[in-house]
Design a protein around this ligand. Structure first.
Ligand code: FPP
Length: 269
């Protein structure tokens, strides 16, 4: 069996530490933040970029190695054309202005999602930004853009079948590991902590496969007001959770790991 650097949580119990290895955030509430101030929605997105900058720095300082931000979902195309166009422009501006400082901070930038929908200029900027920062190891910042969890699982299934032609005779032999290595974030461990700002309590087609055993944290704060203090409260809540990964509390206390013969077996909640 091919070994992933970070096998899925249903196969191996990942190390649990006080600092989450991977924080994934749905940055919600930009529009409402702006509306409360009688500003156009776009003003909220612009302030949202400031919150992105602050959060990236905060994660670097806290030694969090992976941060993933949901910037634009595959469903966000349904927004008014003007807002979509302004969001694309903002994305371009961020790439043009921020990549040098991200590089200096040791941040490796990745963009995941169906990038074929973006124009050539934006795709080129994404490619160049990723190339420039590829060697950095302090923090891997992933921007999910035109991303959907269902899209990701579907494309991974197709890719897994293409890569393993023998599966065509018996598709039921496809394993979690084979599939997971074709997910667009196969380079990262599954998120330890998921945060959604803005008061809604939904996953909204974010990392559907990878969130199976993630600790969820919902907060009313609108994204432009997100701060290192709110991040710390989320991390504190995360630290107080018991992560059982299907085991009993007693087994967790004894530090019991799932034996090999159960690898890939269904686990309980
Ligand atoms: C959700 O708030 C936010 C978005 C769909 C866009 C998020 C984009 C940014 C924070 C700026 C760009 C970021 C990068 C990394 C380039 P909403 O508009 O749905 O808010 P609402 O629920 O209050 O209407």
């Amino acid at each position: 069996m091919t070994q992933l650097p970070h096998p899925p949580a249903t196969i191996a119990v990942p190390p649990v530490s006080d600092v989450p290895r991977h924080v994934a955030i749905i940055m919600d509430g930009n529009g409402r933040w702006a509306k409360r101030r009688l500003l156009p929605r776009f003003a909220g997105h612009k302030r949202g970029v400031d919150a992105v900058r602050t959060t990236v720095r905060a994660c670097v300082r806290r030694g969090i190695p992976f941060l993933t931000l949901f910037a634009f979902s595959s469903e966000n195309w349904r927004r008014p054309a003007e807002e979509v166009s302004l969001l694309m422009k903002l994305f371009r501006t961020v790439l043009e202005r921020d990549v040098d400082s991200l590089h200096t901070e040791g941040v490796c930038l990745k963009v995941v999602g169906d990038l074929s929908a973006f124009d050539d200029h934006l795709r080129l900027l994404i490619e160049r930004s990723m190339e420039k920062t590829a060697g950095n190891t302090r923090l891997t910042l992933t921007i999910a853009a035109n991303y959907g969890g269902r899209w990701d699982i579907l494309q991974a299934v197709s890719a897994a079948f293409l890569a393993n032609p023998e599966l065509r005779d018996d598709p039921s032999r496809l394993t979690e590991v084979q599939l997971a290595q074709h997910l667009s974030m196969a380079y990262a461990p599954e998120p330890d902590l998921f945060i959604r700002t803005g008061g809604e309590q939904r996953i909204s087609n974010f990392l559907l496969w990878q969130l199976a055993y993630t600790e969820l944290y919902f907060v009313d704060t609108f994204w432009p007001d997100f701060s290192p203090q709110v991040l710390d409260r989320a991390i504190e809540s995360y630290c107080n959770r018991e992560r059982r990964f299907g085991r009993t509390s007693e087994q967790v206390e004894q530090g019991q790991v799932i034996p090999d013969y159960l690898s890939g077996a269904k686990t309980e909640c």
